[in-house]
Design a protein around this ligand. Structure first.
Ligand code: AMP
Ligand code: ZN
Length: 152
């Protein structure tokens, strides 16, 4: 098991920081110095697992590059093992980033939701609202805006 996270980078009021601290119990399945994975307490499917950075960060964009890499390394490492453990046929992997996207716990967490042939669920395409019907020029303009924002 890894070391405790740096207390100066934790939140006193965050439930997932409390899990990292050991103040709240969790069904931990994986731990490194930087990352913790535990079963979701209200699972959408058998084996539903949450992967979190041990230090508090609310939104994906708040993660520094090292922590972001550590979280995704953990996701890619454990997803096949979670699937195997519950005999799943696949998994949806996703993050609710912000309240508008359904984020309830304000500490970045990656959902690994095992999927089973014929389970009646939906692909990740089902998460958004009504699809916009965009012309090519509109898509071009959005791509330019996003690219410019990233170049900042
Ligand atoms: P989100 O809507 O993406 O913020 O999802 C939060 C997730 O955290 C939900 O799936 C909850 O079931 C789960 N959750 C909340 N509290 C706990 C807890 N103490 N232990 C494990 N999972 C939790
Ligand atoms: Zn936190």
């Amino acid at each position: 098991m890894g070391r405790a996270a740096d207390p100066s980078r934790m939140s006193d009021t965050c439930i997932f920081c409390s899990i990292v601290d050991g103040e709240i119990p969790a069904r931990t399945v994986y731990e490194t110095d930087d990352v913790l994975a535990f079963l979701d307490a209200n699972p959408l499917a058998l084996g539903h697992t949450l992967v979190i950075p041990k230090t508090h960060a609310e939104r994906v964009g708040d993660l520094d590059a090292d922590l972001s890499s550590a979280v995704f390394d953990a996701v890619s490492e454990i997803t096949p093992e979670v699937e195997a453990a519950v005999d799943a046929d696949g998994a949806n992997i996703g993050i609710n980033d912000g309240e508008a996207a359904g984020q309830e716990v304000p500490h970045v967490h990656v959902h690994v939701v095992p999927r089973f042939d014929g389970d009646g669920g939906a692909p990740i395409h089902a998460v958004a609202g009504e699809r916009p019907d965009l012309a090519d020029e509109e898509l071009d303009a959005i791509a330019a805006d996003v690219s410019a924002a990233i170049d900042g």
